[in-house]
Write a protein of this length. Structure first.
Length: 276
């Protein structure tokens, strides 16, 4: 399956300029249920033998990046990781860029979450810190050493984003004007969303990484499926939505491919003669 969006059908058989960097979302792009698809890992390992830089671009906290993704970075298959929606970027040499929340931003986020009576967590580079826990979170925390319950963690540690979990399908903080506090709410699931500074996005992290490598974002390709990929898609030269991506993201994509199970990433790379 491979569809061209906003381009002439004839383009599907033409070779694209080889991208300098390819950015990959993790969940439902490379991985399903937290585990990278075997064929996607094989593709990354093959691409790593080329001159193309391979970079993860995820909303996940650095503290809970999947072990298989970290192993690919350690093995120099991946070149860098952008996490926490562009708030923190790093490679094997160390930090590339980071943007901690200000004390004022963090305090305001806590106020909004408490007013809405919602469990939330702050993400640092080493931990995810919950405001409270329920039975489901107790099970998660028991299996995740760097997931802790500490409602005041944000006051003494640099934190980069807040994730909020909704109590039902109807009250999703939709009546809050986040913009007036220079914040925004980005949904990543029907039960949850991230609260971020208004200028935070995967695109900002991509700009930092492109500057780091000395390339232009228009020379890059990105694969994604979620609403936090919108700005990333607007920035790069070739934006590819997975087959099960959010409809709003598909509208912004240059190309739409298949799902993970349909070998969507491989279809694009092969169709445009980027890699076999």
């Amino acid at each position: 399956m491979f569809i061209v969006d906003k381009a002439a059908p004839a383009n599907i058989n033409q070779a694209l300029p080889v991208p300098k960097v390819i950015f990959f979302d993790i969940d439902d792009t490379l991985s399903r249920n937290g585990i990278i698809a075997t064929h996607n890992q094989a593709t990354l390992e093959a691409l790593a033998k080329t001159d193309i830089k391979l970079v993860i671009s995820t909303g996940r906290s650095k503290a809970i990046l999947p072990a298989d993704i970290l192993a690919l970075l350690e093995a120099d298959v991946l070149d860098a990781i952008i996490c926490m929606n562009g708030q923190y970027s790093f490679d094997n040499k160390g930090l590339i860029s980071h943007y901690p929340l200000s004390a004022e931003q963090a305090d305001k986020i806590v106020q909004l979450c408490q007013t809405s009576q919602l469990i939330h967590k702050f993400d640092s580079a080493t931990h995810i810190a919950w405001s409270d826990e329920n039975e489901r979170l107790r099970d998660f925390n028991a299996k995740t050493p760097n997931s802790i319950v500490d409602p005041l963690y944000y006051q003494s540690n640099p934190v980069y984003q807040c994730s909020v979990f909704f109590n039902n399908q109807f009250d999703k903080m939709q009546d809050i004007d986040f913009a007036q506090d220079d914040l925004k709410l980005v949904h990543w699931h029907h039960i949850g969303a991230d609260i971020l500074p208004a200028n935070a996005s995967k695109a900002r992290g991509i700009k930092d990484v492109c500057r780091y490598y000395g390339v232009d974002a228009t020379e890059c390709m990105a694969f994604g499926d979620g609403m936090n990929d919108l700005e990333m898609f607007d920035l790069v030269g070739y934006a590819v939505a997975m087959g099960d991506a959010q409809p709003a993201l598909i509208e912004r994509a240059d190309f739409v491919t298949g799902t993970i199970e349909e070998r969507g990433i491989q279809s694009v790379l092969e169709q445009f003669h980027i890699a076999s």
